[in-house]
Each structure stands twice: as structure tokens, then as C-alpha cells.
Design a protein around this ligand. Sequence first.
Ligand code: GLU
Length: 500
Amino acid sequence: MYTKTGLESEVNAVPVRTRYAGSPTGLLHVGGAWAAFFNWLFARHHGGAFIIRVEDTDRTRSTEESERAILEDLRWLGLEWDEGPDRGGAYGPYRQTERFALYARYAHALLERGAAYECYCTPEELEAERQRARARQLPQRYSGRCRDLSAAQRAALAAQRRPAIRLRLADFGRAIAVWDLIRGRVEFSPQHLDDYIIIRSDGTPLYNFANVVDDHLMAISHVIRGAEHLSNTPKQLVIYEALGWTPPQFAHLPVILGTDRKKLSKRLGDTAVRDYRRRGYLPEALLNFFALMGWYPEEDREIYSLEELVARFRIEDLGKASPVFDPAKLTWMNGVYMRRALETDPGRVVQVCLAVLLAEGLLAEPVAPEQRAYVEQVVRVLGDRLKVGEDILTYGDFFFREVTFDPAAEQQYLRRPEVRELLRALADRLERDGALNHAAAEAAVRGLAQERGIHSREVIHPARVALTGKTAGPGLFELMELLGRPRVVARLRAAAERAG
Ligand code: GLU
């Protein structure tokens, strides 16, 4: 077992270089961002380098658009990298499709050492083998037909076909131990090892091979990645050994669960960083939230600045237990950051809300100064209700759209015979008076209540429903001032038509 001191001394021995090696086959998933963040934190904590490598060998699924989107989201999160496909570095290129010559070179080295061999089996032959194994309920492994071909047999086959390259593994003969910084020693028995393909016959490399070549050539010191790769690690260690390379240290993060304790999926809500960005979450809140998934600081505290996280982060504090991705907790945490921003930098909140409004098509670029000022007012009026940017619509949609009536609110406050006339009377008053500001709105409402000998809330409640469609929200007089006279009068009259 490693000890904490042993680990620390290892860390000090080599320059820390970590990487995020995502495949550009979609948007950045929260699980990927979470792993990237721990790699980033670890590198920053040790004054090391954080590298982005694009694992795009699956050419049917990889797209440039996805690569762009992933980099954009990582940058939005604030996980700046020291080397990567867009900015180069001393260990490039950083896209696997630009490194094929390197893979060929090391595959050749493995062939020369007898650690790999050329396999001439066709896909049809392999499929037939698999079917035979299935029929006999045997494990579906490669038969090893090409493992020990004679030179003459190989030459005959090479005249007709291009070979794939397989790693010689089935006869490895001993257990392989992975030393994991989170799990300790994990042993894999040799009977599950199969001679797997490292280079296809078309020359494309496979993940387990390209990953090793790159981690070694890029001098990666620590591989921090998802638990789904733990079973790949022994297959990779064999390559390190065969090439005489020292492997990096490994830490396999636990699998993230949804609130239903099953593997996180879209079933329970958004799983792409882009979704949270679009909905108006703040990157620093997401990072704080990610930190507390799997990292358990000793004290009982939840809010940490990024600087604090960098200073405190220790890989030994990572747990083996699966963390739960709880969107409600994320929203709560975002609310904490939004409240802080409202006090120290309200422009930030405005920016986040503007982005939501633009995405919804309720505003268009360029945003005119008076539109921006209006959004600033709405933000001020909604205040603490804004836990995420999209709350500007959850609680203040009526500032930007026609009123949508909450059926319960309408039932309770508009479906009354006296309300129709009351709303009309309020509209008449407001139309008569001068500019509609807070004071004038209040005077009109209270004046009307007094004239009718009723409590002012009997005017306030239906007026609120008429103007907003809801029973709760910001102060009525404030929102009337913000909506302005034409909209207020028109909405009161329209609601009067529905009332009764
Ligand atoms: N391309 C792999 C993935 O996205 C990288 C795994 C690793 O970090 O080694 O899962």
C-alpha cells in the first residue's frame, strides 16, 4: 500500500503534469468536466502543468465542432490549460489523429521486441470465431491463430492482406497490480487478458495503445480519470512494461450517480456543462460543486473559493464512494454565488441574465443601452430570487413576455364578479394620472381601495395576477413602475375581460 508520505515524496520527485484526454464526440459532460477539474486542481496545487489532449481516433464519431465546444466549455469553467491543440506546447501535437506516425513507430518497437504480433484474420473470420465461442458458451476471446505464424505463413498472408497489430497478452501469465492513489492496490488476474488489437489493419490506433504512447511521450505524471477506465489500466501497464517505460501514477475517480443512485444520465436532467451554462449557472459555483463531489475536506464547510480549493486539494482526500450529482444542491450553491455577485458585482448577474434572454430570443444583439438598463432594473427588483440566470424568466417572465396566467392564481383572484370592474377602475385612474412611478402606482391603488372602502390588498392581489399572472413576486408598485403605463393599463384591461 502507498502511504501518504510515500505519495507526497513521489509527487515531489517528478514534475506534475496532468491531462484531460476527452474524445470529441459530443458536448462536455459534467462527468468529464469533473475529472478535468480534479486534474487541473492537482496540477495547480503542485505548480505543475495541465494539458488538453484530444482523443479523436474514432473518426466516425469525432467532430471538430465537438472539439471546439469542449474547449470552449472548459475555458468558460476557468480551467485554463498550459498545452493543448489550440495553443501548442513542447509535447505536441495534441490531437491523436496528428500523431499516427508516433503510434506506428512504437507499434513497430513492440513487434521487434516480440511483445506484439501481426494478425491477418479478417473481420469475417473473427466473427465466425466469436460465434463458435458463443455457441459453446466460452469466453469470446481471440483464438491466437496468428500468434505464432512461421515466417513463410506470414509472408503468404502479407501478400494478400494488411495486418492488424495485436498485443501479446493471453500468455502473460501473471497477475497485474494497479497502484491507484484512491483505491490502493487493485489486482487483475491474467485469465481475463486477451491479445487485443493496438493498431487496426487500416493503421488507426486503439485507445489503450494511443493513450499509453501519449501519456508517456507527453510526460504525464498523474492520470486522474473515471473508474470506467480502471479495467483498461492493466492492459496499458503491459505496454509500459514492454517498452521499458515507467508508468504514471493513476487515480480512478468513482462513477457519478444521479439522485436515484443510478449512473448519471439525462433521465434526471441536464448532463452537459453547456446546458448549465445556457441556463445561467456561474462557472465558479459549478467548480465549487464539483469539488465537493468526491473530495471531502475535513471541516464542515461547503463554499470554497477557487484559490482555497487549489491550496487545499489533496488527492488523498478523494473518496472511493460514488458521489451523487444533485442538481438541487447545485442550484442552491449557485444561489449563494449569485447573491454574492449581486452585492459585489451586479453586472455579472445582469450578464448571465442577458445571455438567457438572448438565447430565448427575448432580446437580440446588439442589446441597446435602454434594454440593458431595463434588465438591470429587473435584476435589482428580483434580487435574491435569482438563484440561476434562468430565474429571470421563472419569476420575471412577465417583464419580457405577455402574461401567462397561473391557473390557481387566476381562479383565486380573478374569478370574482367585483374584480372586473375593480381592474377597469384602476386602469382608468392610472390612465388619468401623469407618469407611472412607484409613488403614483401606490397612490392609485390605495386611493381606489379607500374610495371603495376595501382593504388595499383586495386591489393589490388581483392587480398582481393581472400584471404578472402569479400570486407572488416583487413588490407591486415597483413592478408597475418598471412595466410602464401602457403595458400596465393594457394588462389590467385585458385581465378585466377575463375576470368575473
Ligand atoms: N478518451 C478517453 C475518454 O474520453 C480518455 C480516458 C483517459 O483519461 O485515459 O474516456
